[in-house]
Write a protein of this length. Structure first.
Length: 343
């Protein structure tokens, strides 16, 4: 088991005071570290039986599994399950959830974030990160409802839930400001607190931890699957995240060109830009004419999941958007000296 320096020792909340301990596993490098730190605390408190882990799947928008030179590298959802199992959470207490909508046959079908963007008419923005709530937080919260209903009846009081996340200060100013512990919901049915046990871990400390970790990290962090050099994408969220750096987006569009073109299709039809400063179509053109990082691997995206995503997005684009894309009318900024700035 990887060691942890005294610098990384954290004071846990009173875990025994909660009815449900719910680590949120993204499949990224930080959630693995978080689950290790959290499960150590849960073991010390003797409450591992109260732990159920959750993964909010983004479906075809997540980094998929790839096979290179006969070696298979897991995708994000599979990694989340591995992160749960690696630190002692039974398989039946790892729950994968996704946003759904009614299907024509009366059942429910996955409703992807890109479909939601196409239907809404605007991409998420800094200050309006509706993607995090729509595709992640609300989905997990809804998954708790049956458990909360049952436990509240048994306990005769609101159910106490601890949501545990792997957010870190190094990831950005908004996360640096976020408290390591806070209450996020209180009502007659549930009291939900949030704990960020690795908030103060540096990126380098996380990478060092992974050198001897009992679970692999996602292949997208490397220049090519299995390279072990951490020179791929810096984060592992949506393959094409509106909050990602320019380099990450150029690399991601090279690794998933069909997905990038689908984002560009949403952009063209709705008129809103992928970001307030850059259009995804400009990023794609920049990669073709001015260069981009070597993708290391190219995902075919030719399976049934991608076909279903494409069909769902195009169906949404045939309808009127719920919002006018006025944010797209702001002038962007050039990607480099040879790239024109679009209005």
């Amino acid at each position: 088991m990887p060691s942890r320096s005294a610098h990384h020792l954290v004071k846990a909340p009173d875990l025994a005071s909660y009815d449900l301990l719910a680590p949120q596993l993204s499949g990224g490098k930080d959630s693995a570290v978080m689950n290790y730190v959290f499960m150590e605390s849960a073991q010390r408190a003797g409450v591992t039986d109260r732990v159920t882990s959750y993964h909010s799947s983004l479906g075809a928008l997540e980094w998929p599994a790839v096979v290179v030179n006969g070696v298979r590298y897991p995708g994000v959802s599979e990694l989340a399950a591995l992160q749960s199992a690696a630190f002692g959470i039974p398989a039946d207490r790892h729950v994968e959830v996704t946003r759904t909508l009614p299907a024509p046959d009366g059942t429910r079908m996955p409703h992807s974030l890109l479909t939601e963007i196409a239907a809404y008419g605007r991409f998420p923005r800094m200050g309006s990160p509706y993607c995090r709530k729509a595709a992640k937080e609300s989905v997990v919260s809804a998954a708790w409802t049956p458990l909360v209903t049952r436990m509240k009846r048994e306990l005769g009081r609101p159910v106490r839930i601890l949501k545990v996340m792997g957010l870190r200060s190094d990831e950005g100013p908004d996360r640096k400001k976020r408290p390591a512990f806070r209450n996020v919901q209180t009502n007659s049915a549930r009291i939900v607190d949030e704990w960020l046990p690795v908030k103060d871990w540096s990126t380098e400390a996380v990478k060092d931890w992974h050198a001897t970790a009992p679970v692999p990290y996602c292949w997208t962090y490397d220049s090519a699957p299995g390279a072990g050099d951490w020179t791929g994408t810096s984060r592992c969220s949506c393959s094409l995240c509106v909050y990602a750096s320019r380099r990450d987006l150029l690399l991601a569009s090279g690794r998933r060109p069909r997905l990038a073109e689908l984002y560009a299709e949403v952009e063209r039809v709705r008129g809103d830009s992928f970001r307030a400063d850059w259009r995804i179509s400009d990023l794609i053109q920049h990669a073709r004419t001015c260069g981009a990082p070597d993708p290391g691997v190219v995902c075919a995206d030719d399976g049934p999941d991608f076909a279903a995503l494409q069909a769902q997005v195009r169906s949404a684009l045939k309808l009127e958007p719920r919002k006018e894309p006025d944010l797209a009318r702001k002038r962007g900024r050039a990607l480099c000296g040879d790239c024109a700035v679009q209005q």
